[in-house]
Design a protein around this ligand. Structure first.
Ligand code: AMP
Length: 421
């Protein structure tokens, strides 16, 4: 127990943390280009927020939440996603007071009690954006472009963008009824989950992964044929904007979100080489959510990308960049008497911005030089008893093997390469 982490969690070890930093840096670059500002919310919230903000009938809320009572007997939940919390923060801090359109992004861990498998964890990480304050389809297009630009800038090209419109509270009830009429005599053969969805949330039957449900719902009426004029126009404009910038999409009438506060645009991006867990990004418009959470009626849209899935895809395609972890200099003290002088040289090198290190284990010259090679050090700075006496160092260029004795105070001046930024 003490040497094993909880099921479904992962340690990000030093050997791969650089890869995570690379992906996070790419996220920050893209968000900066598009004018999205970072928001960081707590990893736990009042349970009520998720019941309202995600919906009690969803799998995430009904089966997958990490919920517990804190010592004050309050019901607390580890966030399973971050849209509801972002909306809570938006309302709590009145972000709407100064800016009509808030463009926000977040990166962080999410928690879902699900059966762990490759690409599916109990603690995983998401990068997401939320654009709160406009119903303009141009912002739907913008966030879809942001998601694809992020994935493409990592080198992932085999992306499939699936698109649908789920209508609005005006047109959806008509569709819902049509769908229920179509499914009514098939209900008894649906999976138990879908049987309970039939009354509460029938649109979710369309994206059930159970083969029987998929077959039974073949030929079901499509939302696209029931959209009201407003939703229809909105969807048309979005498609036109995406075509204008050559973003390919596939219309998928089975891409649904059954709750009332999800409106209009729904989309998913898949990276097919990932197989079963190919969904890397899921997003959509939620024009009713802010009101549901206690604010005034405000349109919004967002997406979330699973970072572990992106990492798996990068690994699979060999797209992980090589890290440059090489040292500028390894300081090599010979014996304990040289340690203080070596420590001072090390201190000055780091102060000047050089990536430097030294041996702390009292190893032999041979062992330390081997280490310098292993670390890819450009210089070894050797300090023995003679050097301590003379206040000097032996500067060895590891590429040319050339050695020069210089004054300890001159070391920084003698490293003839630029400091990395
Ligand atoms: P969702 O919030 O369910 O729409 O998921 C958005 C994205 O998060 C998905 O497309 C996945 O890439 C990722 N994701 C969701 N659940 C998990 C999980 N349990 N483990 C790893 N990634 C996940």
């Amino acid at each position: 127990m003490l040497t094993t982490g909880p099921r479904g969690t992962q340690d990000i070890l030093p050997s791969v943390s650089g890869q995570w930093q690379y992906v996070e840096k790419t996220i920050r670059n893209v968000c900066d280009l598009f004018g999205y500002k970072e928001i960081r919310t707590p990893i736990f919230e009042h349970t009520e927020l998720f019941l309202r903000g995600i919906g009690e009938t969803t799998d995430v809320v009904s089966k997958e939440m990490y919920t517990f009572k804190d010592r004050g007997e309050r019901s607390i939940t580890l966030r399973p996603e971050n849209t509801a919390a972002t909306v809570r923060a938006y309302l709590e801090h009145k972000l709407y007071a100064d800016i009509t359109l808030n463009k926000l992004f977040y990166i962080g861990p999410m928690f879902r009690y699900d059966r762990p498998q490759a690409g599916r964890y109990r603690q995983f990480h998401q990068f997401g954006v939320e654009a709160i304050g406009t119903a303009n389809p141009a912002i739907d297009a913008e966030i879809i472009i942001l998601a694809t630009q992020f994935l493409k800038s990592l080198g992932l090209n085999e992306l499939k963008l699936q698109l649908n419109s789920v209508g609005c509270p005006k047109c959806r009830p008509v569709y819902r009824e049509k769908l229920q009429d179509f499914l009514r005599d098939k209900v008894k053969d649906l999976c138990p989950d879908c049987q309970s969805r039939f009354e509460r949330n029938p649109m979710r039957i369309l994206d059930c992964k159970n083969e029987k449900c998929t077959t039974l719902s073949q030929g079901a009426p499509e939302m696209a044929d029931c959209l009201c004029e407003d939703c229809h126009d909105h969807f048309d404009q979005l498609k036109e904007l995406l075509r204008a910038v050559d973003i390919e999409f596939i219309l998928n009438p089975r891409l649904v979100r059954g709750l009332d506060y999800y409106t209009k645009t729904a989309f998913e991006i898949q990276y097919s080489p990932l197989g079963a867990q190919s969904a890397v990004c899921g997003g959509g418009r939620y024009d009713g959510l802010i009101e549901e959470c206690g604010g005034s009626s405000t349109p919004g849209i967002g997406f979330a990308i699973g970072i572990e899935r992106v990492m798996l895809a990068l690994e699979k395609q060999g797209l992980m960049p090589n890290e440059d972890a090489s040292l500028d200099a390894l300081v090599v003290p010979l014996g304990l008497k040289a340690q203080a002088a070596a420590f001072k040289v090390l201190y000055n090198l780091r102060l000047a911005g050089y990536r430097a290190d030294m041996d702390f284990a009292g190893r032999s010259l041979k062992a330390q030089m081997k280490q310098a090679n292993k670390l890819g050090a450009k210089y070894a700075i050797i300090i023995g008893e003679d050097e301590v006496r003379e206040n000097s160092v032996m500067l060895k260029n590891m590429f040319t093997s050339e050695q020069t004795k210089i004054q300890a105070a001159e070391v920084v001046k003698n490293l003839n390469f630029e400091v990395k930024d």
